[in-house]
Design a protein around this ligand. Structure first.
Ligand code: PAF
Length: 286
């Protein structure tokens, strides 16, 4: 694996691969890698001739009171994992390399960026789209791979790619879960043993929604109250949002038809903010 820290080196390495006729897959990450990230690399390998990745904890997507400083970092471990999964090119830039003094341009997807996590994390998605646009310009991948766990991020990046004509296929990969159902996240490392147990209420609530949906319930309100009932059984977990929305527009679905809807939840478990979601089956009407 060729590991580089500068934009120029990454651009040159990726360009050479593409000029050699290789279809290039790209997995952008913030490091602290877990099985979810590795599943993205595996998906990228299946659908590409060479895989590029990045590890960069992007300050622009953290709010002033969020966990940028304490976000888990273990670059040596990340490098080993990516190399063993067959990544060919890895960019691990410094903050100054990505945001040189005086950088003033942002990429902002209006509307979508204020929904779901965007409502409680103002500026978060602007930071995500800005860095992802920059990385796409550096790597110029044919396809880029993101976890469905960050469903709003996927919707926003798809919209950015359409609106700005990036020639990049966006591939969303299924959420990878611990055996007990907890969605994998680098932030799970913050949880103590008691919180780790409490955190299960998120996936439990979503499973209840799926169960009700499978039994024929289509009403968004009914599905929502089923989830809320489960969440209420863990009063130490503070709900940020629970929404049943169209997975593309992130707007609430009509109350009578939750088919194809994204059920998204965010909650604080102790000081840790966790998110999870499921997409309900079935085709939407019209
Ligand atoms: O999903 C993430 O880890 C980040 O938001 C991303 C896409 C790497 C941008 O920093």
């Amino acid at each position: 694996m060729k590991t580089v820290t500068t934009i120029a080196e990454m651009r040159a390495a990726c360009l050479a691969a593409r000029q050699g006729g290789k279809r290039l897959g790209f997995v952008p990450t913030m490091g602290a890698l877990h099985e979810g990230h590795l599943s993205l690399v595996r998906a990228a390998r299946e659908r590409s001739d060479a895989v590029a990745a990045s590890v960069f904890v992007n300050p622009a997507q953290f709010g002033p009171n969020e966990d940028f400083a304490k976000y888990p970092r273990d670059l040596e471990r990340d490098k080993k994992l990516l190399a063993s999964e067959g990544v060919e090119f890895l960019l691990t830039p410094s903050v100054d390399e990505m945001y040189p003094k005086g950088a003033a341009t942002i990429v902002y997807v209006e509307g979508l960026s204020e929904k779901l996590c965007g409502r409680s994390r103002p500026g978060h998605f602007r930071g995500v789209t800005t860095i992802v646009a920059k990385l796409f310009n550096i790597v110029a991948p044919d396809a880029a791979f993101f976890g469905q766990k960050d469903a709003a991020q996927v919707a926003i990046i798809r919209k950015m790619v359409r609106d700005l004509n990036f020639p990049v296929e966006i591939v969303a990969c299924p959420t990878v879960r611990e055996p007990d159902g907890l969605a994998m996240s680098s932030r799970n490392a913050y949880l103590n043993a008691a919180e780790r147990k409490q955190a299960l209420v998120l996936s439990r609530a979503l499973r209840e929604v799926e169960k009700k949906f499978a039994a024929g319930e289509r009403g968004a309100g009914e599905l929502m109250s089923a989830a809320k009932t489960v969440l209420a059984r863990e009063p130490s977990v503070t709900l940020d949002y629970l929404e049943i929305v169209n997975p593309e527009t992130l707007d609430p679905v009509p109350n009578e038809d939750a088919r194809g809807a994204l059920v998204a939840v965010a909650a604080f478990v102790g000081g840790t903010r966790l998110i999870d979601n499921v997409v309900l089956g079935g085709k939407r009407k019209g």
